[in-house]
Design a protein around this ligand. Structure first.
Ligand code: PLP
Length: 357
């Protein structure tokens, strides 16, 4: 006898989503999360796309899949081939997963300044990791150029070139943008996020501008030390590189091929100081239970600024690119935060979250 039923088939926890086709099929279709505290405070709907729920843990799973499938379509890789990329971050993780799922080798070149944790994770995912001296982009030994040369030296291999391969931006034109449009039923007034390669910001902006016939406003969010803010504010005349930021995965010194075709669509730019980013990071943890990496906290801080700029009644969407797991030894360390002069930016009642010495 089963006795009394302990559940209802109409439970709000049950959705009708069907099983996905492996790792690759689980990429995308992430939840759009309403951030209640910030929405209440601003009188806007502030929504974060929960990209940390992708199977590889970040927004870059989308780009990884699109650049690999682009290489397949162009006949650059065939079964048993090798994907080569220069990356110090989430793209490498996404590529390592996608390569295992599709049976390709994965070779990652990165500057030798990266943490052992990152190198170890990529190795655990089966990648061949090659740390090389950290030199500027115009030096032929820069990790990106080494990645390209290595791929060219192999038969059946592709350099996926995330910065200037527009298959990256296409991932967001075809998936992130349409998902946001469907999840808001077209009731969206503003979009903002920061740029690394620019793929997420440019592709999502392009889709939302086209779907709304130009109505949705797009603001680029930028950390100090990155040129995007000054470039947009000056109408393309200034590239101010001054300052630096604790954020990882975002900030750019040039206009990439992913950003170039859409930069004229951008309505405005916001520069978010690190103090605002860490304050938002701890606030989201305390008030919403959401554990975000610094680039995502910057994005939410930008959405909050955009809400104030557009005024009550607007719906603003941003990207929650990844969780804090890959950065926690820094972001939750008192010593590290002190070394960056950021402890005082965190309100006293939130300092209990600084759990590491
Ligand atoms: C944590 C994080 N946030 C944001 C971005 C930026 O995304 P995009 O390269 O699409 O501009 C990246 C890119 O690597 C990232 O790793």
């Amino acid at each position: 006898m089963l006795g009394r039923r302990l559940y209802s088939a109409a439970s709000r926890h049950v959705t009708s989503a069907r099983p996905t086709d492996g790792f690759v099929g689980a990429i995308g279709n992430t939840p759009l999360v309403r951030i209640g505290s910030l929405s209440k405070e601003t009188g806007c709907e502030i929504l974060g796309k929960a990209e940390f729920m992708n199977p590889g843990g970040s927004v870059k799973d989308r780009a990884a899949l699109f650049v690999v499938e682009d290489a397949e379509r162009r006949g650059l890789v065939r079964p048993g081939g090798t994907i080569v990329e220069g990356t110090a971050g989430n793209t490498g993780i996404g590529l390592a997963h996608v390569c295992r799922a599709k049976g390709y080798g994965c070779v990652i070149y990165m500057p030798n300044t990266q943490s052992q944790e990152k190198i170890d994770l990529l190795k655990m995912l089966g990648a061949d990791v090659r740390p090389v001296p950290a030199v500027a982009f115009d030096n032929p030994d820069n990790y990106n150029h080494q990645a390209r040369r290595y791929a060219e030296s192999l038969d059946n291999a592709a350099w996926t070139n995330q910065f200037d391969n527009t298959a990256n931006r296409q991932a967001h034109i075809e998936t992130t943008g349409p998902e946001i449009w469907a999840q808001t039923a077209g009731k969206i007034d503003g979009f903002t996020c920061a740029t690394g390669t620019g793929g997420t910001f440019a592709g999502t902006t392009r889709f939302l501008k086209e779907a709304s016939e130009g109505r949705v406003k797009s603001f680029a969010a930028d950390p100090p030390g990155s040129v995007i803010y000054s470039y947009i504010k000056s109408g393309g005349k200034v590239m101010d590189r001054s300052g630096s930021s604790i954020t990882e995965g975002i900030g750019q010194g040039r206009i990439t091929a992913n950003l170039q075709p859409d930069i004229h669509l951008v309505d405005d730019a916001l520069r978010i100081p690190d103090a605002d980013t860490v304050r938002m990071l701890f606030r989201l943890l305390d008030e919403e239970g959401i554990y975000l990496g610094a680039s995502s906290a910057l994005n939410v801080a930008a959405a909050y600024e955009m809400a104030k700029a557009l005024g009550p009644g607007n719906t603003i969407v941003t990207i929650m690119a990844d969780g804090a797991y890959r950065y926690q030894s820094r972001l939750f360390s008192r010593k590290w935060l002190e070394s960056k002069g950021l402890v005082d930016a965190i309100p006293a009642h939130l300092q209990k979250y600084i759990a590491l010495a």
